[in-house]
Write a protein that binds this ligand. Structure first.
Ligand SMILES: Nc1ncnc2c1ncn2[C@@H]1O[C@H](COP(=O)(O)OP(=O)(O)OP(=O)(O)O)[C@@H](O)[C@H]1O
Ligand SMILES: [Mg+2]
Length: 363
């Protein structure tokens, strides 16, 4: 019988659970669930509430927890693509630690390290080399992550990195064009920037910024509650063109028009933080790759559903910007999921799908 993987994406706004079966016809969707989380500060109560919601989700939807893949993200996760002289597997295992000393900004005894050789037999000025992806995750972050899951009686077979799960989805949906592409997963409290160079991640950065910061900006500007601000953000989004706030409002519904303008202005202003971080990452890439520039940008995550965010970023960055549809890689999509998610809002399942794609080795 085909095995069912459960990708469990625990975000700050919601928990996404994706059950995928990998059979001879390709990937088949068995379950697709999203439950919202209340906004919570980082504390022990948050852990208990999140665990309770995960447990509730599993019981309600009869989710199979035998093969769970969950993910970590944020500043505790460091991913670097490095060059190493060509060597065998055993020597690589040892040499990677030396490399990690240089590339991981934390003391190595606080970090779980892993790596994967991406390409071998490459030729550089110093002779043959290989390209390796190095992943370091702070043990403390993994411990906290596992604490929540253990409380929910979930024992993941793999703890992956959200940004790599995102890359896996993109790789399958775009087998041809994986060079000079930037993936932006914009969630609620976190944005992952993944720059792909010749098919593999060249740079991965997680920034503490997301839809939460847009909601806060709207809340402050309009002096409304967090919940009202969240609704206004989702209703109005960004106008395709910047509005001159001093222009008189000629609308039948004046207060509605005023609100729209204020939301628009607050969001545009708050988006500048993100734009600066993106530009900074793109400039780093260009400086490392002798002037090579990013060609296109692919959005995912809940905030990619913000009205006109693609047009806004396209204008700011001067690049083509699209939103991913992670369901294109899934052959079997039961009708019950069609209307709900498979068109609008599908991009917020990208990480969950990417986690569920992971192959679990037999032990
Ligand atoms: N239609 C929409 N317009 C604007 N924002 C939206 C829309 N739909 C969802 N969002 C925003 O997307 C965010 C949630 O996205 P997502 O589910 O990817 O976050 P998360 O995975 O829970 O958080 P994180 O990974 O950052 O911890 C919220 O800020 C929500 O307001
Ligand atoms: Mg997320």
């Amino acid at each position: 019988m085909a095995r069912v993987n459960l990708g469990l994406d625990i975000g700050t706004a919601s928990i996404k659970a994706v059950e995928l079966i990998n059979n001879k016809n390709g990937y088949e969707l068995r379950n697709l669930i999203k439950i919202d989380l209340p906004w919570m500060q980082e504390n022990t109560e948050k852990e208990a509430i999140t665990a309770k919601l995960i447990k509730g989700l599993i019981d309600k939807y009869k989710v199979n927890t035998g093969r769970v893949i969950s993910g970590v993200k944020g500043e505790s996760v460091i991913v670097r693509r490095i060059r190493m002289p060509l060597m065998g597997q055993r020597e690589t295992n040892q040499a990677v630690r030396w490399q990690a000393e240089e590339h991981i900004p934390y003391s190595l005894d606080q970090v779980c390290l892993s790596f994967q050789v991406l390409e071998k037999n490459l030729m550089g000025e110093e002779g043959e080399y290989m390209s390796v992806i190095l992943v370091g995750v702070k043990k403390e972050a993994i411990k906290k992550h596992l604490q929540v899951l253990t409380r929910a009686s979930v024992f993941p077979r793999i703890v992956d990195v959200d940004a790599l799960a995102l890359f896996n989805v993109f790789q399958l949906s775009n087998p041809e064009d994986k060079d000079k592409v930037a993936l932006l997963e914009i969630g609620h409290n976190n944005t992952s920037i993944v720059i792909l160079d010749r098919g593999y991640p060249f740079l991965i950065r997680d920034i503490n910024w997301g839809g939460f910061h847009l909601t806060q900006a709207v809340k402050k500007e309009l002096k409304v509650s967090y919940e009202v601000a969240q609704k206004m953000k989702e209703k109005y989004g960004i106008d395709a063109e910047e509005i001159d706030l001093s222009r008189p409002v000629n609308s039948q519904n004046e207060s509605e028009e005023k609100n729209k303008r204020l939301v628009n202005a607050a969001i545009r202003k708050a988006m500048n933080t993100l734009v600066k971080e993106i530009v900074h990452s793109f400039e780093y890439y260009t400086s490392q790759k002798e002037g090579t520039a990013i060609k296109r940008v692919i959005l995912s995550g809940g905030t990619s559903c913000l009205r006109n965010i693609d047009k806004f970023l396209s204008e700011e960055l001067g690049l083509s910007v699209e939103t991913i549809n992670p369901f294109t890689i899934i052959a079997g999509k039961p009708a019950k999921f069609q209307s709900e998610y498979l068109s609008k809002g599908s991009s917020l399942f990208t990480v969950g799908i990417g986690l569920a794609l992971r192959k679990i080795k037999k032990i």
